[in-house]
Write a protein that binds this ligand. Sequence first.
Ligand code: C5P
Length: 253
Amino acid sequence: MADGSRGPKTVAALLLAAGSGERLGAGVPKAFAELAGVSLLVRSLRTLRSSLSVGPIVIVVPEGWLSEAGRVTADSGIAGEVGIVKGGSTRRDSVARGLEALHSHHDAILCHDAARPLASVDLVDRVTERLWASRRGPAGAAEGADGVVPIVPSRDTIKRVRGGWVVETIPREELGLVQTPQAFRAEALREAHARAPSGEAASDDAVLLEAAGFRVAVVDGERSNLKVTTEEDLRMAEHILGTGGGILWSSRS
Ligand code: C5P
């Protein structure tokens, strides 16, 4: 975990839960929808809290849901420092608000989508550990990472489609499907957010680091770590839970 230059690194986490979840149609914001009786928010929170590498956690929720978030968090009995703040109209705005609420003295910040309730604790540890690992590149130089994202290789053939017609088949060998949790050196994450042109959308944080010239490394993701967007995803997640899918579906199996 530590890179040897000084003591153990400190890691804070942002749990992004401020999406409306219209496509899920649960009647509540997506993070408050339940998967086998436990909300996506609480499931993700438990995973982050179960990782020994994670310190303070800031949950970012939709306007009007702060007290409900406080209630479910208290009911879940999750210990340690957990803050709750109001999110923005885009994911990027929500991350920015979460960053404002975090003290700046952490070495790393983990960003995790509450919409991925099946991420494992092992995955949380893997992305943070990779952040501090000093790898040797082809030329023998140390290759420290500014950010780390989990990736699962694409098994499907991917085509670019316009207006109902295939215009291109994209070689899939170098393509990966990106997940959260993602880990970042805190300074790099803050700088990448500050440097990105205002209004520029970002479906994850790594894209802002890439645009700012920071180095983003990958670790193995988990096929069971699906993103809940629709009712069908929720059913799939229930199925994975019911079949012990974390092992069955691992990209490493
Ligand atoms: O909408 P989507 O599922 O892509 O959002 C990914 C994650 O970002 C979700 O966990 C969602 O709650 C969060 N989000 C947010 N603030 C927004 C939009 C999305 O925290 N304005």
